[in-house]
Design a protein around this ligand. Structure first.
Ligand code: GLU
Length: 375
């Protein structure tokens, strides 16, 4: 489990930059700050860390470019501002990250991507592949298409959802607040920074305080909600001030910067437990002895070669059960192929899949990251 002392061990890190970090009060990009942060993120990537950036600012930057002085009130106006601003943001990320030799990818998500299993598997797989390729995914909500009921709504929640989705070790939320205080520090000079939160008690929730600024949507409330999601997803989270010099290096070297939310001790496998017990089961496969051994002893993914039988009528992205030849259920996981396709490729080598099906979207029937072992 990550504590202050060993935060440097975090390998997969999600960093969320808020609108107030990315822009000046007038809505123009805060280039100096963005440059510093991108330099730091690039350096972390150079050290071998996997970095995912969750960016806000699309609506704010779009408002500025369109000359809007007030936050748009109608959904289509917000969507338009976001569509304009998102391009501007990506332009600056592409430019600055590439100066440091980094490759970025734009990924726009909506709420539907995490509640719908197939899309959950799809977005998880694409993010993990980007990381494997050494790319820094730059994520925002797909504001240009999402109407309210489809929206995650704020990027604090989005960043915690993403951190859970990819099993990140650490989520860092950088904004214009130093962390969680015992009271509102702008009103009460005696308010103290809380350095460590191990549990989100009702008292902590009551510290949620004021809503966000003109162009952003966050505030402490959404940050504490993000803390809840991160902690129970097994992800440590730090809220810190983005304007602090070398803020990311300091956090990772264990300095007492901002507020650290510890992940729940037994939460490491929460996502997989959810996978195993929280989702509807759509069918099963039976596997041979060699495959069983590979899953249990070598931590391998489930490949087509080891499958001997298929039951049920599942689709790609459904949760299915994995049985041994003596009918013991040893795992559950998110499947990459439909039952009809698995039926065709069972017992066959991975290299043969493309010939049999006409294409091979995945090497694995169930990737080990999406496989919860039950024994
Ligand atoms: N997705 C919104 C944007 O890019 C930001 C939401 C937030 O500020 O949390 O403008």
């Amino acid at each position: 489990m990550l504590t202050r002392e060993n935060l440097s061990c975090a390998k997969r890190i999600v960093v969320k930059l808020g609108t107030s970090t990315l822009t000046h009060a007038n809505g123009k990009l805060n280039l100096l700050r963005i440059e510093k942060l991108i330099r730091e993120l690039s350096d972390l990537h150079n050290q071998g860390k996997e970095i995912i950036l969750v960016t806000s600012g699309a609506v704010g930057v779009g408002m500025d470019r369109l000359g809007l002085m007030e936050k748009p009130k109608t959904i289509p106006e917000k969507q338009a501002a976001a569509a304009v601003g998102q391009g501007i943001l990506m332009h600056i990320y592409e430019k600055l990250f590439s100066e440091y030799g980094q490759t970025v990818a734009q990924v726009l998500l909506t709420r539907a991507d995490s509640v719908n299993r197939q899309r959950y598997a799809n977005s998880r797989n694409s993010l993990l592949t980007l990381l494997k390729l050494g790319v820094i995914p730059v994520i925002n909500e797909n504001d240009a298409v999402a109407v309210d009921e489809l929206k995650i709504g704020d990027n604090d929640t989005l960043s915690a959802t993403v951190a859970g989705l990819v099993d990140a070790d650490l989520l860092v939320i950088l904004s214009d607040v130093e962390g969680v205080y015992t009271d509102n520090p702008s009103k009460n000079p005696a308010a103290k920074l809380i350095e460590l939160i191990t549990d989100i008690t009702p008292e902590i929730e009551s510290l949620s305080g004021e809503p966000g600024s003109l162009r952003g949507t966050g505030g402490m409330y959404t940050k504490i909600q993000a803390g809840k999601i991160a902690m129970s997803s097994g992800v440590a989270m730090v809220i810190a001030l983005s304007s602090r010099e070398e803020v990311l290096r300091r956090i990772l070297s264990g300095e007492a910067v901002g507020t650290l939310f510890l992940s729940k001790e037994n939460a490491l496998h929460v996502r997989k437990r959810w996978l195993a017990f929280g989702s509807r089961l759509h069918g099963s496969v039976t596997i041979d002895k060699g495959c069983e051994q590979a899953l249990l002893e070598d931590g391998s993914s489930l490949l087509s070669a080891g499958i001997t039988a298929v039951e049920g009528d599942f689709e790609q992205g459904n949760t299915i059960r994995v049985f041994t030849t003596n009918e013991q259920e040893i795992a559950r996981g998110l499947v990459n192929y439909s039952a009809a396709d698995v039926e065709k490729i069972k017992g066959r080598h991975t290299d043969e899949i493309a010939d049999i099906l006409g294409n091979k979207p995945y090497d694995e029937i169930i990737h080990r990251d999406n496989l919860a072992l039950l024994v």
